[in-house]
Design a protein around this ligand. Structure first.
Ligand SMILES: [Zn+2]
Length: 82
């Protein structure tokens, strides 16, 4: 899952659902399935969906929250800096 983090306002948003952060200094467009982000405060965030799903399954089964993985991709086929 691809998200965008704005370090200016600490907003994290899904660029498929919304294309601008709360302070409007970070924005996105989607072009050919690639999230194009702009603004000096913008950082792409890639969540490891597999680890998130396993954590959710564990939570549903045992009621215990566990961590899941994510990272700031420097280069990705899913993100491009404008
Ligand atoms: Zn912002």
């Amino acid at each position: 899952m691809q998200l965008i983090y704005c370090v200016h306002c600490d907003d994290v948003f899904n660029p498929v659902v919304r294309n601008v952060c709360a302070c409007e200094k970070t924005s996105t467009t989607i072009s050919d399935g690639v999230v194009v982000y702009k603004g000096s405060y913008a950082f792409p965030v890639q969540l490891d969906e597999r680890s998130m799903m396993l954590a959710l399954e564990y939570y549903r089964k045992y009621g215990v929250m566990t961590r899941f993985s994510g990272w700031f991709p420097t280069e990705s086929k899913y993100f491009k800096k404008e």
